[in-house]
Each structure stands twice: as C-alpha cells, then as structure tokens.
Design a protein around this ligand. Structure first.
Ligand code: ATP
Ligand code: MG
Length: 218
C-alpha cells in the first residue's frame, strides 16, 4: 500500500491530472468529503488530505510515502528525510518582498534601517535578508500577511504572489523577488527503497505527464 499526502485546493486540483496519468483516480472529492483518508480506484494507493504545510512532515516520518508540496513549504521545512525527484511545475508563483506604495524600501535598506517584516515564511525571510545584509525584525503570521503593513504591524511582508491582484487591492507593491515557487513531488527515502516497485512507476508517470504538459505550453 502506498499513501500519498496532498492538500486541498489548488494542489489537489492541479495534481489530479498527474494522478490520472499514473492510473490513480480518487474515489471521493476531498473538497466535499469530510474524510481525511480518501481511497482511490487502486487497492494499493490511498490519499491522505493534510494541511499544505504539513505534507513534508507526514512524508518525512513515513506516515505518507509520497506527497506534493510547494517549494515555499519545503524551504521552510528544510527537506530532512525527503527525496525530491521531480518539479511538477504546478501551483506556480513567486516568493516576494512587498511594501506599501510610497514606502522607500531601497532607501531604508541603503541606510541600514531595521525593517519589520511580517511573514508566514520565517526561515525563507531570515535567509534572504541575511544574505543581503539587511537588518530585519521578523513577525510570524499564519495568514493575510498583506494586512500587516496596512495597520502598522510591519513595514514589509514576505509572501507568495501570482497575479499580484491581492497586493494591488491593498496598495502594496512587490520590491524584491526571492524565489520562483512550484510544487514538488516528495518521497520518503526509506519508503522508496522498500516499495520501489510501487513508487517508481508513479514517479515515472508523473514525470512523463509533466513533460507532456510542458510541451503543450510551448
Ligand atoms: P493553509 O490555507 O492551510 O494555510 P496554504 O494557504 O499554504 O495553506 P494553499 O493556498 O492551498 O494553502 O497553497 C498551497 C501551495 O500552493 C502553497 O504552499 C504554494 O506552494 C502554492 N501557492 C500558494 N499561493 C499561490 C498562488 N497565489 N498561486 C499559485 N500557487 C500558490
Ligand atoms: Mg492560501
């Protein structure tokens, strides 16, 4: 039996075609079902539905054999115990620094000011600003980072941006690109050794499907 960890929402939606390419069809829709363990058409594959940021943890401890997680989440987690064989090229967005319109970010950085940054991505933010030699006070939030600068909680945020619509709606502008983000297939290293005959074909089918989709995009 293979257990695959997924989160609801865009990761589930965008992984569904990849699952289909591997001959896996979920028997229930996690958006509608309250079940956390979802059976599939295959007796030897089941899905577990977990919080996006919990996917690496389930796979690291072997509670799930494989999973799909954003690079944002993997960077925060650190990736211990995880084999990352494949960039799935889904759920693509960018990790950015954003500030309120009119805030002189470059000037603040040049002057060596201490900048208060609200984010859910503490490790990513710490690494980014340390590499630039920018002094920051990091404030951990669990959501709606965009609100931080609007109510005086912080000067800046580090968050994911795709269309930029949310930034715009809140009078924020992106001032720095930290990383391109997409979702990765993650595999428990011990599971890969023990269950290779089950796991390797899934990796191969996913890889072929990702390649086909990349060709179609061109
Ligand atoms: P939760 O809602 O449980 O706090 P979450 O907000 O991280 O978790 P999602 O919004 O479904 O959950 O995001 C899951 C993953 O999708 C993220 O880890 C990231 O890799 C990617 N993602 C997040 N926002 C976007 C976006 N705007 N566009 C594309 N991909 C995104
Ligand atoms: Mg979200």
């Amino acid at each position: 039996m293979i257990t695959l960890a997924l989160s609801k929402g865009r990761i589930f939606e965008e992984t569904t075609p990849l699952l289909a390419a591997a001959g896996i069809t979920p028997l229930e829709d996690p958006e509608k079902s309250r079940k956390l363990i979802i059976p599939t058409n295959r007796d030897d594959v089941r899905l577990v539905i977990v919080r996006a940021s919990d996917v690496p943890t389930y796979v690291q401890y072997g509670a799930a054999d494989i999973g799909v997680a954003g690079k944002d989440v993997l960077d925060e987690h650190g990736g211990a115990g995880l084999y990352q064989p494949l960039d799935l090229r889904i759920a693509r967005c960018r990790m950015m620094v954003a500030v309120p319109q009119g805030y002189e970010y470059e000037q603040a950085v040049r002057q060596g000011a201490r900048i208060r940054v609200a984010t859910k991505y503490l490790n990513t933010a710490r690494t980014h600003f340390a590499a630039k030699g920018v002094h920051v006070d990091l404030i951990k939030l669990y959501g709606s980072m965009e609100l931080g600068p609007l109510v005086g909680l912080s000067d800046a945020i580090v968050d994911l941006v795709s269309s930029g619509g949310t930034l715009k709606a809140n009078n924020l502008v992106a001032v720095e690109h930290i990383a391109d983000i997409s979702s990765r297939l993650v595999v428990n290293q011990a599971a890969l050794k023990m269950k290779r005959s089950l796991i390797q074909p899934i990796i191969d089918n996913f890889a072929a499907a990702v390649e086909r989709m990349a060709q179609e995009e061109k």
